[in-house]
Design a protein around this ligand. Sequence first.
Ligand SMILES: *Cc1c(COP(=O)(O)O)cnc(C)c1O
Length: 371
Amino acid sequence: MRLETIAIHAANHIDESSRAVIQPIVLSTTFERAEDGTFPGGHIYSRASNPNRTLLENVLAKLEGGADAAAFSSGNAAGMSVFQSLAPGTHIIAPDDMYHGLRNQLKLLFAGILTFDFIDINDSDVLESYIKPETGLIWIETPSNPLLKITDIKKVVAIAKQHDIKVACDNTFATPICQQPLALGADLVMHSSTKYFGGHSDLMGGALITAEKSDWWEKIRQVQTMGGAIPSPMDCYMLARSIKTLPYRIRGHVHNAQLLAEHLEKHSKVEAVMYPGLPSHPQHQIAKGQMSAFGGMLSFTLKGGEAEARRVINALQLFTQATSLGGVESLIEHRASVEGPDTKTPFNLLRVSVGLEHIDDLVADLEQALN
Ligand SMILES: *Cc1c(COP(=O)(O)O)cnc(C)c1O
């Protein structure tokens, strides 16, 4: 089945007793045993599994083309479970512009347990030079946040396979509608479902999807069940509901982002636009090779420096100045001030989560703010 069909059907299940067409929300924390002590409903206790979470995990696995998925209470909880699943002493290679929340997790919570290097992962020679016998994981994020850099997934996977190293890909910006890392050879996909999966800026969630049910995956499941960083039945229901429209929402985000990027690129006050769908993007050809669409996120820099960036952001009326992304409403953010003192993000950069408003209204608002 195609993605649009999977999105609508893979998390649904007609309830036997009520014949409700939409999956009921099951709040029960515990499930009755049969006389012989087994669990005929397939669930024991909701920290381990819950009907709403199982259905959500089913649609997530199918959308990414994986063997199984695990849903978490946030993207950071999903990422943390990956790090917790690794043996102490494991070395991780991650991009130098890794999502700052996960980079800080490694630096502040896993120092002394795991070792890690943050490098320019796109340079094969640099990547090869950092691989050690203890390297167990290469973490990638493409397109990256907030510079929209593209990592050549197949190229990284080829290097990793030579050394028997696992590859995990943060696919939050692309979503499986635009890019499917497992099909390109990655072992694991991570999502902040707070973003496009949720799509309405009203819930937090995370997900991991595995290419195969390996011992490593069992360990990740153990971290999830024992650690308990699980989403509530209500959040699982809301996510399953939002995912039904994901393929069509992404089409709208992609359409608006492409037009907005092209418009900004022509503007005299704009220094540069970072969007993988622009032919001027340095890795446009790689993006074309591994993405079926270029996503709804873009960043741009202003000629007038940080002061001009702050002026523009405050002059906008339709774009809300707020962090996060992937909702139906357009958001804009001065990213360097969010990321803290060690940021590599230029101070004249604004990051935009392009929403589903009419493109003419978005362009008009940017025009009035820039001029
Ligand atoms: C938001 C985000 C995360 C973290 O997810 P939370 O749901 O906020 O915990 C990780 N990676 C990327 C690329 C993100 O945008």
